[in-house]
Unconditional design. Structure first.
Length: 98
């Protein structure tokens, strides 16, 4: 749901909204969506992962938390962290400092 919201609302914001307004309901809704994505990143460290067995048929459920964390840190974690950066707020801070 959060990804669909982002995919629909972000292009609208970029095309039709001239400036970022911090008192707008859309600004606060975007922060709620940011929290949902933060929760998702946090959960990825604890959820079991289904992996294929090398050289064999079928899959295995990875349950060891340290292996799950290591696997996530080496795969999608950097992309997820970059996606969590609130660029709109950062641009607002730099734009307001001039």
């Amino acid at each position: 749901v959060a990804l669909v919201f982002t995919g629909i609302v972000t292009p609208y914001e970029v095309i039709f909204m001239k400036t970022l307004q911090t008192d707008d309901w859309l600004f606060f809704l975007n922060r709620v969506v940011d929290l949902v994505f933060l929760l998702d990143v946090t959960l990825q460290f604890f959820l079991k992962v289904e992996i294929e067995q090398p050289g064999k048929y079928g899959t295995v459920l990875l349950k060891d938390r340290s292996k799950i964390r290591r696997r996530y840190l080496r795969s999608w974690f950097p992309v997820d962290v970059i996606g969590l950066v609130p660029f709109d707020i950062i641009f607002l801070l730099f734009d307001g400092s001039e």
